[in-house]
Write a protein that binds this ligand. Structure first.
Ligand code: CA
Ligand code: CA
Length: 234
């Protein structure tokens, strides 16, 4: 190795040590990507819903500024959920919406003029689904794009999209059958606002309240539940 090569080698070795050493406590600009920041996400007030009930799911845009248009595909399992409709927020237009039979809805949205440019977190769509099957059901976001109306148009990465899991409970406590316990739970919360959480779905006859109609429906279902108590069997 001649002197010139030696100097070059030492220089490169030094740079390598510097870079490796630097990585331990330095964040490079290229590492600060929006991939750690969610651009689109779904949210619902009721993550647990009764069977054959409707539930609202809100689509939010987040962590972006200067956005004028969006192309979003929402996918779900048609055995578990039925898509009913979508409402938009003021200032946003649904230019196109396409529903497939395989469980996808695509929305092409745009802001209504520059005064409605999206500069902060915003709920842009309210989607309504009907529950069809007990269990957990995912609603996902795919193939999303955004544009600023100047010169930027980009795909929103998969990791920048956050879907939602809806838990569909047929009965009150979600064990899959109506028994006396379901009746007892609703009786405990009678005449209070409906409870919808990971443990209970008290609003069996949906009206936002835990009420007498819920008790009647639960008791009818208990009578039908032959696995629980087959009263007529001698
Ligand atoms: Ca139950
Ligand atoms: Ca009710």
């Amino acid at each position: 190795m001649n002197n010139l090569k030696k100097i070059g080698f030492i220089f490169l070795l030094g740079m390598g040590i510097f870079i490796v050493g630097g990585n331990t406590n330095k964040v490079y600009a290229s590492e600060i990507t929006t991939s750690s920041s969610v651009v689109f996400y779904l949210e619902s007030n009721n993550k647990t819903v009764g069977l054959d009930n409707t539930t609202n799911v809100n689509l939010f845009i987040n962590n972006v500024t200067g956005i004028m248009a969006e192309d979003i595909t929402i996918s779900y399992n048609t055995n578990k959920l039925e898509y009913l409709n979508a409402n938009i927020t003021d200032g946003i237009n649904i230019i196109q919406s396409v529903v497939t039979t395989s469980g996808q809805v695509r929305f092409i949205l745009s802001s209504y003029g520059d005064e409605n440019v999206i500069d902060s977190t915003k709920n842009i769509l309210q989607l309504q689904f009907k529950t069809k099957e007990q269990g957990k059901s995912k609603i996902q976001l795919n193939n999303c794009k955004i544009s600023d109306g100047i010169n930027m148009e980009r795909n929103v990465l998969k990791e920048e999209c956050e879907g939602i899991v809806i838990k569909v409970n047929n009965d009150v406590n979600g064990d899959g059958e109506f028994t006396l316990l379901d009746l007892a739970i609703d009786s405990k919360y009678l005449n209070e606002d409906a409870i919808s959480n990971d443990d209970y779905t008290t609003d069996v006859v949906v009206n936002g309240k835990t009420d007498k109609d819920d008790l009647d429906k639960i008791s009818q279902e208990i009578l039908k539940n032959k696995d629980y108590y087959n009263f007529e069997k001698k």
